[in-house]
Unconditional design. Structure first.
Length: 231
C-alpha cells in the first residue's frame, strides 16, 4: 500500500516566503496549504488537519504563540516555528509553547524542508528498540506514540515524546546536549537551548516536582541522564 502523503500547513503573512516554502515541500511530495494570518490558520487547521504546521511567530490578527497554543490544545500536531527576530528568548518562548522545532529568518528553504522531513519521519516511524517502555507508573508505547503517567495520558509534542523515549531506552547514561540533538533531532549542529527547553517541559510533565527532578536528572558539566524510578 502506498504511503500516505504528508499534509503541511504553512502560516506566514509574507506571500513570497509562503510560496517558496510551498514549492520546496511540494517538491518533496507533500500536500501543502497556506494561511496568511492567525485566524485563517485556525480555520485551515480545523478543516485540513495537517500532520505538521510551519508557523511564523509574527502574524496579523493573532500571533504565532497563541495560534500554536490553540492548535496544540486540540490535537497532537507537529509545529515548526519561524522567527525573524533571532533572539534566544523568542526561540525559547516558541519551544515552550509546544513547538517541536524552530527556524530563524532569513532561512534556507532547503534547510527548512530538511527540518520538516526530520520531524515527520520521527512522527511516522518509531526508532528501533523496545516498543513499550515502563518505569513504574510511567508507560511509553513507542509504536502507538502514547505516554501515560499514573494512567493519565501525557500531552507530549513530537520532540518531547522522542526525547523521553530515547532517554528511557538508555537509562543511567549521561548524554551531552550535542549528543541529544544528533540522536533525537537528527542534527549535527544547532542551538543547545533547544534540548534545555524540551528537558524542562518534559520534567514539568513526568516529575512530581520539576524543580527537583528524579527521573531526568542534570549531570553538571555534561548534560542529562535518565534515572528509572523503579530500579
Amino acid at each position: 500500500m502506498a504511503a500516505r502523503t504528508a499534509r503541511v500547513l504553512v502560516v506566514d503573512d509574507d506571500p513570497t516566503v509562503s510560496d517558496v516554502v510551498r514549492r520546496y515541500l511540494q517538491r518533496d511530495g507533500m500536500d501543502v496549504r497556506l494561511a496568511a494570518d492567525g485566524p485563517a490558520a485556525l480555520v485551515e487547521f480545523a478543516e485540513y488537519r495537517p500532520d505538521l504546521v510551519v508557523l511564523d511567530l509574527m502574524l496579523p490578527g493573532m500571533d504565532g504563540i497563541e495560534v500554536c497554543r490553540r492548535m496544540r490544545a486540540g490535537a497532537d500536531v507537529a509545529v515548526i516555528m519561524l522567527t525573524a527576530l533571532g533572539e534566544e528568548s523568542d526561540r525559547v518562548l516558541g519551544l515552550s509553547t509546544g513547538a517541536d522545532d524552530y527556524v530563524t529568518k532569513p532561512f534556507s528553504p532547503r534547510e527548512l524542508a530538511l527540518r520538516v522531513r526530520s520531524v515527520l519521519r520521527r512522527s511516522y516511524r518509531p526508532d528501533e528498540g523496545p516498543t513499550r517502555l515502563v518505569d513504574g507508573d510511567l508507560v511509553v508505547d513507542v509504536a502507538a506514540r502514547t505516554a501515560t503517567l499514573g494512567g493519565a495520558v501525557l500531552a507530549l509534542t513530537v520532540r518531547e515524546f522522542d526525547l523521553l523515549a530515547f532517554l528511557m531506552r538508555h537509562p543511567g547514561r549521561a548524554y551531552r546536549r550535542a549528543e541529544l540533538l544528533e540522536e533525537v533531532w537528527g542534527w549535527t549542529f544547532g542551538d543547545h537551548s533547544t534540548v534545555t527547553v524540551h528537558v524542562r517541559r518534559l520534567r514539568e510533565k513526568v516529575e512530581p516536582d520539576s524543580s527537583a527532578p528524579n527521573r531526568i536528572v542534570t549531570v553538571w558539566g555534561v548534560g542529562y541522564r535518565y534515572e528509572p524510578a523503579v530500579p
